[in-house]
Design a protein around this ligand. Structure first.
Ligand code: ADP
Ligand code: FBP
Length: 299
């Protein structure tokens, strides 16, 4: 089983509107989606017909919205109910994309312990996807703690210290975007060669594979001995929220379906791009339509 863990889920409130600060703006259209990185990974895995169970903390009316959405999509969950409200993140789609992600609810120590107990029960053949930020009330060491007790394969998509803290546990893959990788190595990455070297620094610290997403420039997959680059087709970008999560889900789906590393990577990038070209997360058909136009090469 694939378990996705989202410590800080969100309702994503997507607002298509021109934005002028300090005055009234009227939106053209709005959408509410069940979000947060692990939840998005589960939703796109579902599109690939790969089952998963989503874990984490959920509370209040935004929590009810997310549970309802998971139920509707027939995604299993073992979410822990908390008293505080799950956050609402604002995604403004004007002439450019602006995001405001909230800090998240208060998580009590006893609830963190419940989650750790759930994770300890996983089997060696399971996969745990640990993704996204942690609520401001949680200890930053929680990712490291989870990685250390996790008895199965680990996949991580998170920023800076959270990501760094799990490397020693040997995640099978991690997915920083280029900006996140630059922040980690504390320098600008101008070329594929620069990205490769930066990714290999994380491999030296324990990561098995590093998938670096490059927005409209596609992605790179770097391991100790190989480097793949994927280029994406041109298209109309509608909403990139969840594109990175879709990439993670596509990679997992490919591996789960027994595809080669290169073909899994191709499916990952097609999944990310298909999501960037649509309002919500991509459907199976949208991903399949993009797939033949993704070009993967060894660099
Ligand atoms: N402008 C775009 N055009 C085409 N594909 C895109 C675009 N932006 C994102 N994607 C796709 O989504 C993937 C993840 O996007 P990225 O922005 O790098 O990740 P994150 O959402 O984690 O910041 C990319 O590797 C690519 O496949
Ligand atoms: O946990 P964080 O880092 O605040 O990110 C949460 C946000 O990221 C998302 O999961 C989207 O992530 P990506 O665009 O990186 O795929 C949203 O659903 C959510 O609002």
């Amino acid at each position: 089983m694939i378990y996705t863990v989202t410590l800080n889920p969100s309702v994503d409130y997507v607002v298509f509107s021109s934005v002028a600060l300090g005055t009234l703006n009227r939106a053209e259209k709005t959408f509410k989606f069940a979000g947060g990185k692990g939840i998005n990974v589960s939703r796109v895995l579902k599109a690939h017909q790969v089952p998963s169970t989503t874990l984490g903390f959920i509370g209040g009316f935004p929590g009810d919205f997310i549970k309802e959405a998971l139920l509707e999509s027939k995604i299993e969950n073992d979410l822990i109910e908390i008293e505080d409200d799950t956050r609402i993140n604002i995604k403004l789609k004007g002439s450019s994309e602006t995001e405001i992600n909230a800090p998240g609810p208060v998580i009590k120590q006893q609830d963190t312990e419940k989650l750790l107990e759930q994770i300890k029960q996983f089997k060696t053949e399971d996969t745990l996807v640990l993704a996204g930020s942690i609520p401001a009330s949680m200890e930053p060491s929680v990712y490291q703690q989870i990685a250390e007790i996790c008895p199965c394969k680990l996949v991580v998509d998170a920023e800076k210290e959270l990501l760094m803290s799990v490397l020693a546990s040997g995640p099978v893959f991690i997915k920083p975007n280029k900006t996140e990788l630059e922040e980690i190595v504390d320098r600008k990455l101008e070329s594929d060669e620069d990205i490769k070297h930066a990714a290999r620094e994380l491999i030296k610290q324990g990561a098995k594979n590093v998938m670096v997403s490059l927005g409209g420039d596609g992605a790179m997959l770097i391991s100790e001995s190989l480097v793949y680059k994927a280029e994406v087709p041109a298209g109309k970008v509608v909403n990139t929220v969840g594109a990175g999560d879709s990439t993670v889900a596509g990679m997992l789906a490919g591996c789960e379906q027994g595809l080669s590393l290169a073909d899994s990577f191709k499916l990952a990038v097609a999944s990310g791009t298909a999501t960037a070209f649509t309002e919500d997360l991509a459907t199976y058909e949208q991903i399949q339509n993009i797939l033949p136009d993704v070009r993967v090469t060894i660099v």
